[in-house]
Ligand binder design. Structure first.
Ligand code: 13P
Ligand code: ZN
Length: 272
């Protein structure tokens, strides 16, 4: 059996949480990541028959029975993950009842998965129904994205349109736009259900005055989505209070989307 601390997926979680902390997106225990793993790959590092303990999830994830995820721990600081992966991360498998997580590794100090597990697993189910290759769900509190929530209307079309205008690459990176939820109580099944509903349509969802969710096939893709939104939000926050002299026009964005061959939300542009 190989050493789990050498597993590429553990290293990826360590590197990504450290990077997100470095960028100032994940203060204290802010943010969480869940990453669906390949069973055969995990079996190279862990005995899949050895369940350390079981933890109820409080909701039904029937579509994910038998699936294995590496998930950040609740209350754990992103800045600490790389120094102590076994306390700050856990590898769980959804048990046959759909409502229990079987701990295969991690949460060594008796901890458990993120309080946002409902939003993560429900989002995995929603994304898998539209993209069978989706494997990652990431939640974060990026500074400028969050700042923008306080000064910009929380409207899907308007929020997406403003972000698309801020960097030429935006409509190409997230042509599907960005879903927006109002402020809601976090850590609940209700916010999980609302997030998953949006995730059937978008790979990015704003949690009003809280943060952002992203979903993708890989850690890189998902991180890149959030990173691009955050960059656009930064440009917005640097310029919103200044007179706008130049702008990327809707016609330009249409040209861009067509040149890159992406399916974009035409109803989020104002074209006649
Ligand atoms: P956890 O520490 O439970 O992951 O919660 C952090 C967070 O960002 C809540 O939305
Ligand atoms: Zn949060």
């Amino acid at each position: 059996m190989k050493n789990i601390l050498d597993a590429p997926f553990v290293k990826e979680m360590c590197d990504t949480t450290a990077n997100m902390y470095r960028l100032g997106w994940d203060e204290r225990n802010g943010g969480n990541i869940s990453y669906m793993l390949d069973k055969n790959e995990v079996a190279e590092y862990l005995d899949l028959n050895n369940v350390i303990r079981t933890i109820p999830t409080g909701f039904d994830a029937a579509d994910l029975i038998g699936k294995i995820f590496i998930v950040t721990g609740t209350g754990k600081y992103f800045k600490n993950v790389k120094y102590d992966p076994e306390n700050n991360l856990g590898i769980i498998r959804i048990a046959k009842d759909g409502t229990t997580a079987e701990l295969l590794w991690g949460y060594a100090d008796g901890g458990k998965f993120t309080s946002e597990l409902p939003a993560h697993l429900m989002s995995h189910m929603a994304r898998l129904s539209v993209d069978p290759e989706n494997r990652v769900v990431m939640h974060s509190h990026p500074t400028n994205t969050l700042a923008m929530n306080y000064v910009h209307e929380l409207d899907e079309k308007k929020f997406t349109h403003t972000l698309w205008e801020m960097c030429t690459e935006c409509i190409v990176v997230f042509p599907d736009g960005i879903g927006v939820l109002p402020w809601m109580l976090c850590g609940t099944n209700e916010i999980g259900e609302a997030t998953a509903k949006k995730m059937a349509e978008f790979r990015l969802v704003i949690w009003g005055m809280h943060g952002i969710y992203g979903a993708g096939k890989t850690i890189d893709e998902t991180f890149g989505l959030i990173e691009t939104v955050e960059k656009a939000a930064q440009i917005y926050m640097l310029t919103a209070h200044l007179p706008r002299v130049n702008t990327i026009k809707d016609e330009d964005m249409k040209t861009l989307a067509e040149a890159f061959g992406v399916e974009y939300r035409k109803d989020f542009l104002n074209l006649d």
